[in-house]
Ligand binder design. Structure first.
Ligand code: DC
Length: 237
């Protein structure tokens, strides 16, 4: 039997897109929101980081677009909810190393890398029938029809303070690196970091994580996307 395609079943409309710059609180907030709403979760930044680790492991120049594009089909990444594998080896911590962080913006600016990863992310959305995705271009490129779109921001100083607390780094150095990465991510030709026109901006500088999670969870419930027993049943009927 051939299932009839229904326009109501566009899985993108069941996406919660959480975009924003490094240190805006995205990762912690997106994970907590997914848990609270019973939705699947994908960290797309981890995918760009995993490819970057594969590039560095092959001793390629991350800025050499042709070499990276040629190697791409052979780089095997698996990004799960809590663990990451690169070429079959555990890489959950390695993708957060300074070397990967230094080079990920160059790899993420490569059009071949973006095309491959956006394709994988859209496939994931179809398989999961929606979910919470965090990144830079979810609301603009990956899932422009997302049912909930949030753009998180915070002052650069606050973002640096949070990252320095996490990594034990010097706040001024972390802030300089954040400014450098913001410039690279927002000025690149391919899918630059920008707010989707229809995204709600939440400035997290003055909010606690709990407050931000509460705000987004309320938006998800208002949009009817929380996977409670009730909405699950409604979707099945
Ligand atoms: O969120 P993060 O810091 O782990 O992301 C790592 C890098 O990947 C960041 O420099 C921007 C890039 N990225 C991207 O270009 N598009 C995404 N959807 C997610 C991340």
């Amino acid at each position: 039997m051939i299932a009839e395609a229904s326009p109501d079943l566009d899985p993108q409309t069941s996406v919660v897109a959480i975009d924003g710059p490094a240190g805006s609180g995205k990762s912690t907030v997106a994970r907590r929101v997914a848990e609270a709403s019973g939705l699947a979760y994908l960290d797309t930044g981890a995918m760009y980081r995993a490819i970057t680790l594969g590039v560095l492991n092959r001793s390629l120049d991350p800025a050499d677009r042709d070499a990276v594009a040629a190697a791409l089909p052979a780089i095997d990444i698996e990004v799960g909810r809590t663990t990451v594998l690169v070429d079959g080896a555990a890489a959950t911590d390695a993708i957060r190393s300074a070397a990967v962080t230094q080079n990920v913006s160059a790899v993420a600016a490569n059009p071949a890398v973006r095309a491959a990863l956006v394709g994988l992310q859209q496939q994931w959305i179809s398989q999961q029938q929606g979910g919470v995705l965090e990144g830079r271009d979810i609301g603009t490129v990956v899932a422009p029809r997302a049912g909930v779109k949030v753009f998180l921001t915070a002052s650069t100083r606050e973002r640096a303070r949070r990252r320095a607390l996490e990594t034990g780094g010097d706040i001024d150095e972390v802030e300089a690196d954040i400014i450098r990465r913001d410039q690279l991510d927002s000025q690149r030709a391919e899918s630059p970091l920008r707010k989707a026109e229809d995204a709600d901006v939440i400035d997290t500088t003055e909010y606690s994580i709990d407050e931000v999670v509460g705000l987004i969870t309320a938006m998800i419930e208002a949009a009817g996307l929380a996977d409670t027993a009730d909405t699950h049943e409604k979707r099945m009927n």
